[in-house]
Ligand binder design. Structure first.
Ligand SMILES: [Cu+2]
Length: 249
């Protein structure tokens, strides 16, 4: 498990740990009883017929009720965690429209440029895109896909969501640690799915503002509105990684 680096991560990490501890306890008990039974009731002589037990009501009630109880406990904790990590506030500090396209990502710093323009970054299979985020500011990700289902996660944020064509999924997260992280597509989405990687840099607020100002200088990285695929999809080439650069735009 990567070291948690977002405000949502601890809740998921706790759920993960709890589920593994519970599963390990059940596993140890089950294996223990199996091996114990195999040893305790092993055949001791060739002509001995063991007791033929046809049913055992208390045991049967137990192994019906116990799994149901376990499922209820897992369900309770899952719903609780889900509610915690999906909480949103009405005024996030910044909005990033993420596009997962076959087979890379577009990151739109929506309306964060001069005069409400949108600086954006597009990756290709040859060149991984970089997502820059300010530490301790709440970012809302809106997830778009022009083609098939992808899944967006920055590993260390421990927060993942499907990117589905025809609908916009959203979540909010506050990065809590400055540093370099990795992200990728977690949904098998086609031939070059494995190339849908991206780099993430969490920086101070001032560095973030400086990064956006710098991005703003390049007209190829500024749009009037977020670049979301669809009619803009040819600005987001899913480059064939085996064709030399520049030959397949
Ligand atoms: Cu994908």
């Amino acid at each position: 498990m990567p070291a948690p680096a977002s405000d949502r991560a601890p809740a998921i990490f706790e759920l993960w740990k709890g589920a593994w501890i519970a599963a390990a306890a059940v596993g140890v008990l089950t294996w223990g009883l199996m091996f114990y039974a195999a040893w305790r009731y092993r055949r001791r002589s060739t002509n001995l017929v063991p007791v033929q037990t046809r049913y055992n009501l208390p045991l049967e009630i137990f192994y019906t009720i116990a799994p149901i109880l376990m499922v209820i406990v897992f369900f309770f904790h899952t719903v609780n965690t889900q509610n915690t990590v999906l909480e949103t506030k009405d005024d996030p500090d910044l909005v990033i429209d993420v596009v997962g396209q076959q087979w890379s990502w577009t990151f739109n710093y929506s309306e964060q440029g001069e005069g409400g323009t949108t600086p954006y970054v597009v990756g290709t299979t040859n060149e991984l895109p970089k997502l820059v985020l300010p530490v301790d500011r709440t970012v809302e990700f809106r997830l778009h896909s022009p083609d098939v289902i992808h899944s967006f996660q920055v590993d260390a944020f421990l927060m993942k969501m499907d990117v589905i064509p025809g609908r916009v999924n959203e979540f909010q997260v506050t990065p809590t640690k400055i540093g370099d992280f990795r992200g990728k597509c977690f949904e098998l989405c086609g031939v070059y799915h494995s190339r849908m990687l991206f780099d993430v840099e969490v920086v101070s607020g001032a560095d973030y503002d400086a990064y956006l100002a710098e991005l703003q200088q390049d007209p190829d990285n500024v749009a009037k509105a977020p670049v979301l695929g669809g009619s803009n999809v040819n600005t987001q080439p899913g480059l064939d990684p085996f064709t030399p650069e520049g030959e397949n735009q």
